[in-house]
Ligand binder design. Structure first.
Ligand code: NAI
Length: 250
């Protein structure tokens, strides 16, 4: 494998599972020093151990914890070159505008959107000092189109991530900091499996809308993240990067 990320320091949130875990493996294979952040101690530590990186247990909704995780990365490895702001949760049950309660709504915004605000807020000053950096924020294809399933709080949170990424990408471009939104289609991870376990027909409803006729594997998303993190995407910022099996093109 090419070593496009040789010597770069990457902080990945939600690194214990799914897309984050696959990306931690991919980044390490491409030569990066990886800081694996997760709320779940067991899976996060396991991921860090596997990729020869560092584990930081943090709740990405906790401002002090987010600030500290980047400081830990700098203390351990000297910089923060890549921030993959990826931790997130699935929609609550029956996530319709008519049924989702205010507390459930707020929780999804906090974990999926406020977390990205905090991660950008505390990663960017390190990158400003370095005069360079790449931030990838995980949104979703539902940020750009309505879904076949009702998930109002989730879609709204991801739309916020997309808008914020564009805004920040434009604002910090002249400082050498690239900020892109990653918009995966449905990916075969514990998050999706949990949704399908609750509502088995949801999988079939989803598949109808995916031209490639299947769900993505986490490694296919990790390959896209590695591209966005590397200099191969050096002329891309404020971008809506869809990796969705053709859903948005259909
Ligand atoms: P996952 O559930 O496999 O992994 C999410 C990880 O985030 C877990 O390790 C979990 O412990 C961690 N996490 C959750 N809340 C946290 C918090 N407050 N602080 C720190 N860590 C926390 O999920 P998956 O599928 O890998 O999702 C990753 C991201 O991709 C999420 O933002 C999700 O919304 C997004 N996404 C997922 C899609 C899918 O179909 N799986 C499609 C489009 C976007």
């Amino acid at each position: 494998m090419t070593k496009r990320l040789d010597g770069r320091v990457a902080v990945i949130t939600g690194a214990g599972s799914g897309i984050g875990l696959a990306t931690a493996r991919r980044f390490a294979a491409e030569g990066a020093k990886v800081v694996c952040v997760d709320l779940d101690e067991e899976s996060g530590a396991k991921a860090a151990n596997e990729v020869g990186g560092l584990f930081v247990r943090a709740d990405v909704t906790d401002e002090d914890a987010v600030r500290a995780m980047y400081e830990t990365a700098v203390e351990a490895y000297g910089s923060v070159d890549i921030a993959f702001n990826n931790a997130g949760i699935s929609p609550p049950d029956d996530d319709s505008i008519l049924t989702t309660g205010l507390e459930a709504w707020k929780r999804v915004q906090e974990v999926n959107l406020t977390s990205v605000y905090l991660c950008c807020k505390y990663a960017i000053p390190h990158m400003q000092r370095q005069g360079k950096g790449s931030i990838i924020n995980t949104a979703s294809f539902v940020a750009v189109m309505g879904a076949a399933t009702s998930q109002i709080s989730y879609s709204a949170s991801k739309g916020g991530v997309l808008a914020m990424s564009r805004e920040l990408g434009v604002q910090f471009a002249r400082e050498g900091i690239r900020i892109n939104a990653l918009c995966p289609g449905p990916v075969n991870t514990p998050l999706l499996q949990e949704l399908f376990a609750k509502d088995p027909e949801r999988a079939a409803r989803r598949l109808v809308h995916i031209p490639l006729g299947r769900f993505a594997e986490p490694e296919e998303i990790a390959a896209a993240v590695a591209f966005l993190a590397s200099d191969d995407s050096s002329f891309m910022t404020a971008n809506t990067f869809l990796v969705d099996g053709g859903i948005s093109g259909a």
